[in-house]
Design a protein around this ligand. Structure first.
Ligand SMILES: Cc1cc2nc3c(=O)[nH]c(=O)nc-3n(C[C@H](O)[C@H](O)[C@H](O)COP(=O)(O)OP(=O)(O)OC[C@H]3O[C@@H](n4cnc5c(N)ncnc54)[C@H](O)[C@@H]3O)c2cc1C
Length: 325
């Protein structure tokens, strides 16, 4: 049976996050020919609606309210629940981002549905759809089928490819008025720790440093390499604990989970807790002085050497390639 699917378009710094386009691709598979309704929440978001349509949404519903300018679970859940009541969808898809992870349990409990979080792959479509998600910190995968009720899933960034952008697609954009009230939190100002660059959890390339980077300054060549590759800098907990970088960069069991196309691990031993956050990356390159380091067991390419010699060489080569092209 075809399904109507709601997809939350997540906005960051005035731009729709790529994971929302990936969520639309996931929604298409679940919808099996049904309608995809994009959702945009904020204080002024209507102008972004054509982007959701170009990436596959059939129409878009917005809720605009000053209290939705910054995310709060109270405000967003009121808006989403109002849209849910209006649209009565058979399925809902969010990105498995910090926002999606915070909001989805609240919404699913309110609508009394189950929730399949952190989906990395979808098999089949319609009523036969199967969701694949990592369990035991990525050591195994389970396939989940929903037998009854609403299909509510969050999709991990960088795993389900977005559809081709098609600017010729058209669809209606409507707004719903919701009186957002009784907020327990009012956001006065958002101060980002990492002020610029690519978002770590969605980056296609991650250059991560560990205790082997040895200092805050030691991260500079890693940052240069990440910038050259259009990627983001990450870190092991060892590097964060040592004060070389901020904890917002930590990757692993108690940090962020990333699945970039390319993960470069420099001066990271490869503890099991670190692997839990990156071992599903598509290509892993490890640079370590110790040939016995555990990180080499998950690496596709291993370089035994001093990262302070290897990374500058990589930077030089990439710059030369860029000049040549
Ligand atoms: C409950 C719990 C949760 C945890 N969660 C996380 C988590 O989310 N993420 C995480 O990362 N860890 C986590 N840890 C910590 C984890 O167990 C490791 O202690 C940590 O990952 C080690 O960080 P590291 O690899 O940077 O440091 P180390 O293990 O000290 O490794 C440093 C590596 O750098 C190499 N090296 C040194 N100098 C150079 C050089 N010049 N060039 C190249 N290589 C060099 C060394 O050979 C070594 O392999 C957790 C631990 C616990 C108990």
């Amino acid at each position: 049976m075809s399904k109507k699917v709601l997809v939350l378009g997540e906005i960051r710094e005035g731009v729709i996050r790529n994971v929302s386009y990936e969520a639309i691709a996931a929604a298409k598979q679940i919808a099996d020919g049904g309608e995809i309704v994009g959702v945009l929440l904020g204080d002024s978001v209507e102008s972004l609606a054509p982007n959701l349509i170009a990436y596959g949404a059939d129409r878009v519903v917005t809720v605009e309210h000053p209290h939705l300018k910054s995310y709060t679970s109270d405000g967003y859940s009121q808006a989403i629940l109002a849209i849910y009541e209006q649209e009565k969808p058979e399925a809902i898809v969010f990105g498995h981002t910090s926002l999606g992870k915070d909001l989805s349990p609240k919404v699913s409990s309110r609508i009394q549905s189950g929730l399949i979080s952190d989906v990395t792959e979808i098999e089949g479509s319609g009523d036969d759809v199967l969701f694949i998600r990592p369990i035991y910190s990525g050591k195994a995968f389970e396939k989940v089928k929903i037998k009854e009720g609403i299909v509510f899933v969050t999709v991990r960034p960088n795993n389900i490819p977005a559809l081709e952008k098609d600017e010729s697609r058209s669809g209606s954009v409507s707004s719903l008025t919701v009186d957002i009230q009784n907020l327990r939190t009012i956001i006065k100002e958002v101060v980002r720790k990492t002020s610029e660059g690519v978002d770590l959890s969605e980056a296609k390339v991650v250059v991560a440093g560990g205790r082997g980077v040895k200092s805050e300054e030691g991260f500079e060549p890693l940052t240069e390499l990440a910038n050259l590759l259009g990627g983001a800098v990450g870190a092991s907990r060892g590097a964060c604990d040592a004060g070389y970088c901020d904890y917002s960069l930590q990757i692993g069991q108690t940090g962020k989970v990333v699945t970039p196309d390319l993960y470069i691990a420099a001066g990271i031993s490869g503890a099991i807790q670190h692997l839990a956050g990156m071992s599903n990356s598509k290509v892993i390159v490890a640079i370590n002085k110790d040939p016995e380091a555990n990180i080499f067991k998950v690496a596709d390419y291993g370089i035994v050497g001093d990262l302070f010699e290897v990374i500058p060489l990589m930077i030089e080569e990439i710059k030369a390639l860029k000049v040549g092209s």
